[in-house]
Design a protein around this ligand. Structure first.
Ligand code: HEC
Length: 113
């Protein structure tokens, strides 16, 4: 019995690893966290920028984003892990990554008379 549980545990872990959800953030949850933590107030709802920098499309790599958000001492207030968990930050990164790049202005006839 114990060995069965043991095996089921490994199967579940393997399934999680294969689907990638053990590491990758969840973009839908990230969108909620982005709004809940007030990121949108300075960076805009889709990270387009405003008072804060443009964050998307093509956000900073996850590690760089995490270290910035934890330690910034310029205009943006730092967010400690007590306020914003690593999980939420992973999700926020996934959300920013999910924002599509807009079309090339040269491909829009109205803008190229
Ligand atoms: C009070 C306004 C404000 C809020 C709220 C805010 N930011 Fe910022 N953020 C800024 C500003 C301004 C900058 C530009 C750097 C600076 O002056 O600190 C910045 C820069 C950044 C950068 C670096 C971008 C780059 O390309 O260098 C990241 C990443 C970032 N913010 C993420 C976040 C996330 C994630 C949240 C929410 C958890 C958030 N910010 C909330 C104002 C804000």
């Amino acid at each position: 019995m114990q060995s069965l549980l043991h095996r089921l545990g490994w199967a579940a872990l393997a399934a999680t690893l294969v689907s990638g959800s053990a590491f990758a953030g969840d973009a839908a949850k990230g969108k909620v966290a982005f709004v809940k933590n007030g990121c949108y107030q300075c960076h805009g709802f889709v990270g387009q920028g405003g008072a804060g920098a443009k964050l998307a499309p093509k956000p900073l790599p996850l590690e760089a984003m995490v270290s910035f958000v934890r330690s910034t001492n310029r205009q943006m207030p730092p967010y400690s892990e007590q306020i914003l968990s690593n999980n939420d930050l992973d999700d926020i990164h996934a959300y920013l990554e999910s924002i599509p790049v807009g079309p090339d202005p040269k491909s829009i006839p109205l803008l190229n008379p």
